[in-house]
Write a protein that binds this ligand. Structure first.
Ligand code: NOJ
Length: 444
């Protein structure tokens, strides 16, 4: 069962929905440059206009209200607010976010503001981005500006979204902007700067806002799942093993919440020759109020002949349009492992499904599989909520949007967007989600 004041929301991110890439004095970010230079994004799609939320935000807030959302998670486009990444604040950027916040307030929807959801200012990238030793201070200053300007409206700040992706995919495997394939030691340095930035930003926001806001992060979390009941401990171990890549949650949140990197990550760092002053950990160690998780699936693990194996999913296991398996139990075992390791209230800052779908001849989007997905995942989450503190759930995404290197080809929204006309059409699942919210998830 979900608690009485459970936070039911939906999420988006700035670059994925805003458009307005060349409005006023907005600065460029690494995704603007990826859109403009091409070659990396599906069929040459660009985020310049996209859902045009920058111009249509009032309509979008009205749709959120119709959906019955209690909270809305969105992100600030750093270079819209600070065109150079640091220093001068853009009046237009400030106006845009304040107007959005006022609109949400009038609609009775709680704003959860993500500070960094991957659209890194290009001006700072040209100075080395997260590799620059000054980068933690740039982030701290930006967080300070957001706290000063927006905290009268914002209830929750999410410092960063999915370091596993913007570090792992952006700087190590080269799949996301800025498409770098740096040596591991350099990626470790960038990740370390991200963590220092979070530590500084958390302290800065607390200094400005005191206890009036809650602070967390949103982690990309793809837990290992037990194939059989005997595999629970193995699944936990595997979930928290770094396997020499930047995809695990604990590579980032052990330093933030427990004050040290995981043992296997430290060994990997030593092997790569990456070192840092021990005193950094005092800056990184943070007091976060909640643990934000973004989960879409998980991989089943077991032991065969004494070896850890991840068996291929059977062909009957359903897959989404991202080719991700449908694994509702990820929303039971996933939070369980996090709760037992960190003892922080958990919020699902993202969960959802991309489907191949279109507007039918009758003008409706009959996305029954999304409803089924929601039922299955929320049932698992409800089971988890009986055993641990789960405070909220944000469906990804409010509206169809720009899915990074996949362009507009993947549709996660509760609301369909016609990218030619900008027209919004709530899908069948929007009605279902409204019912879930109205009944506090008691009719799944
Ligand atoms: C993770 C990211 O935070 C979001 O930007 C992305 O669109 C969704 N998951 C779906 O891949």
């Amino acid at each position: 069962m979900f608690k009485k004041n459970f936070v039911w929301g939906a999420a988006t991110a700035s670059y994925q929905i805003e458009g307005g890439a060349y409005e006023a004095d907005k600065g460029r970010n690494v995704w603007d440059v990826a859109s403009a230079t091409q070659g990396r994004i599906f069929e040459g799609h660009r985020g310049d206009v996209g859902c045009d939320h920058y111009h249509r935000f009032k309509e979008d807030v009205r749709l959120m209200k119709e959906l019955g959302l209690k909270a809305y998670r969105f992100s600030v486009n750093w270079a819209r607010l600070l065109p150079e990444g640091t220093g001068k604040v853009s009046e237009d950027g400030k106006r845009f976010y304040l107007e959005l916040l006022r609109e949400l307030k009038n609609a009775g929807i709680e704003p959860w503001m993500t500070l960094f959801h991957w659209d890194y200012p290009y001006a700072l990238y040209q100075k080395g981005g997260w590799l620059n030793a000054e980068s933690p201070k740039w982030f701290e200053a930006y967080a300070g500006v957001c706290a000063e300007l927006f905290s009268p409206y914002v209830s929750h700040f999410i410092l960063i979204n999915e370091p596993q992706c913007f570090v792992g995919l952006g700087l190590s495997s080269g799949e996301h902007a800025p498409f770098l394939k740096l040596p591991d030691a350099e990626v470790m340095r960038a990740a370390h700067h991200v963590l220092l930035g979070c530590g500084l930003a958390e302290k800065k926001i607390r200094k400005i806002c005191g206890s009036s806001v809650k602070i967390g992060t949103a982690q990309a979390y793809w837990p290992a799942l037990p194939l059989t009941e005997q595999d629970v401990e193995l699944a936990r171990e595997e979930t928290f093993a770094c396997h020499k890549n930047f995809g695990s949650v604990n590579y980032y949140t052990d330093p933030l919440l427990l004050g040290h990197y995981p043992e296997d990550a430290l060994a990997w760092q030593r092997e790569c020759g990456f070192t840092f002053p021990e005193s950094d950990m005092d800056i990184i160690g943070s007091k976060l109020d909640f643990y934000g998780l973004n989960t879409y699936s998980g991989d089943c693990v077991t032991r065969e002949n004494g070896k850890t194996v991840y068996p291929q999913p059977a062909p009957t296991v359903p897959r989404t349009d991202m080719r991700w398996t449908v694994r509702p139990e990820a929303l039971y075992y996933g939070p369980k492992f996090i709760w037992e390791r960190y003892h922080l209230p958990i919020v699902y800052t993202e969960n959802g499904v991309a489907l191949t779908e279109w507007k039918d001849l009758d003008g409706k989007i009959n996305d029954d599989s999304r409803i089924d997905f929601l039922r299955r995942y929320l049932r698992a989450l409800s089971r988890a909520a009986d055993e641990m503190e789960i405070d909220g759930y944000f469906y990804w995404s409010l509206i169809d949007n720009f899915e990074w290197a996949e362009g507009f080809s993947k549709k996660f929204g509760l609301i369909h967007v016609d990218y030619e006309t900008g027209e919004r059409t709530p899908k069948k699942s929007a009605g279902f989600y409204r019912h879930v919210i109205e009944t506090n998830g008691e009719d799944l």
